[in-house]
Design a protein around this ligand. Structure first.
Ligand SMILES: NC(=O)c1ccc[n+]([C@@H]2O[C@H](COP(=O)([O-])OP(=O)(O)OC[C@H]3O[C@@H](n4cnc5c(N)ncnc54)[C@H](O)[C@@H]3O)[C@@H](O)[C@H]2O)c1
Length: 327
């Protein structure tokens, strides 16, 4: 892939909702990159965010993606529009970072991959958790055999989301288990079979699930477990706010959102989990500097996004049919 040699890499945002705040802070911290401008469907929000981020406010997505000052587009809109905006940007020769879940279906993600490959452009999924130092070290330990034979892996998430916030997203199967899926793929690899359950426990009107759990058998015979909950925070000692564990016969690892907490609200969270911004800062730097500037292959790939989406669809099938689903 051609490397970007311009002094400053120009970034444009399609969508300026909550997650754009973390991406804007990440671009600001990235040497040799600048947020040139944004487009948002709602003009009031667009004006507010363009002021906060000190960047242009484009009137249409087309105006943004045609601006030669922009080299990379971040697709930060709702899931249902990711394919449309990702293709629009790629077809105008812009590299793309697309938020997770990447697409509504496997076919959508495959279309993005085909377009990016045909154009020789980078299209990287926003799989932010794999950009955390603790995750990278765990993967190295697993891959190097330092943990011995892997026997189990756990990804747990318990962060209360008010119903009005949850309503902007799909249920936790798609919205949160997507994170769990790509984390598992990154750390220990694919499951061969799984079974899932879900429930709706605190929403008054929103019909989607606010908690889901999954049991899996991995390719090497180990077992794995996911929990994703918007239903309640975990306030107990050593809480499972976001907790990842890999246990092997010769050692084990733990990653926790609670390792660094700032006592101030963070977007929709009651506290600020420092790792959230940190993971997005690392992800954005990897995309802009390692991949676009230096020509490296992205750590998070559309192939992983396709496999993660297959895992999500298997969870949905398992829930629908109350069955164990093979992958
Ligand atoms: N990586 C993470 O940890 C993480 C966390 C939260 C959200 N996300 C993802 O980021 C994306 C945005 O989430 P958010 O939290 O900023 O949500 P949000 O509701 O705050 O913002 C959504 C944005 O999409 C726009 N939008 C909605 N419908 C649209 C349409 N039909 N056409 C064009 N624009 C439309 C809205 O105007 C808004 O700018 C989603 O894909 C979400 O899954 C990722």
């Amino acid at each position: 892939m051609a490397k970007l040699t311009k002094e400053t890499i120009g970034v444009g945002f399609l969508g300026a909702g909550d997650i754009s705040v973390l991406h804007a802070a990440a671009v600001k911290k990235c040497p040799g990159a600048k947020l040139v401008g944004l487009w948002n469907r709602n003009q009031e929000r667009a004006t507010q965010r363009a002021g906060e981020f000190d960047c242009k406010n484009y009137k249409t997505p087309e105006e943004l993606i045609k601006d030669p000052a922009i080299d990379a587009v971040f697709v930060l809109t709702n899931l249902e529009t990711h394919l449309e905006y990702t293709k629009l940007a790629l077809n105008h020769d812009k590299h793309v970072l697309v938020e997770k879940p990447v697409g509504v279906s496997v076919a959508e993600i495959e279309q993005m991959k085909a377009t990016a490959d045909a154009k020789g452009l980078v299209c990287m999924p926003g799989h932010n958790y794999v950009y955390e130092g603790g995750m990278v070290r765990t993967r190295e330990l697993v891959a190097g055999g330092d943990l011995g034979k892997i026997v189990s892996a756990y990804v747990m998430y318990n962060i209360h989301h008010p119903e009005e916030v949850a309503k902007r997203y799909p249920g936790v199967v798609r919205q949160i288990l997507t994170h769990h899926s790509y984390i598992l793929l990154y750390l220990v690899g694919k499951p061969v079979e799984l079974c899932a359950m879900k429930a709706t426990l605190h929403y008054q009107e929103y019909p989607e699930e606010d908690i889901a759990m999954v049991q899996m058998r991995l390719h090497n015979g180990a077992l794995a477990h996911f929990c994703a909950s918007f239903a309640a925070d975990d306030h107990a000692a050593d809480p499972w706010t976001v907790m990842v564990k890999v246990i092997g016969t010769a050692g084990s690892t733990r990653y926790s959102y609670r390792d660094h907490v700032e006592i101030k609200p963070g977007l929709v969270h009651s506290q600020t989990y420092t790792a959230y911004q940190g993971s997005i800062t690392n992800e954005v730097r990897h995309f802009l500097i390692d991949c676009l500037r230096m020509g490296e292959k992205p750590l998070s790939t559309l192939e992983d996004a396709v496999t993660a989406q297959k895992m999500i669809e298997a969870c949905e099938e398992s829930i629908r049919n109350r069955s164990v689903v093979k992958l």
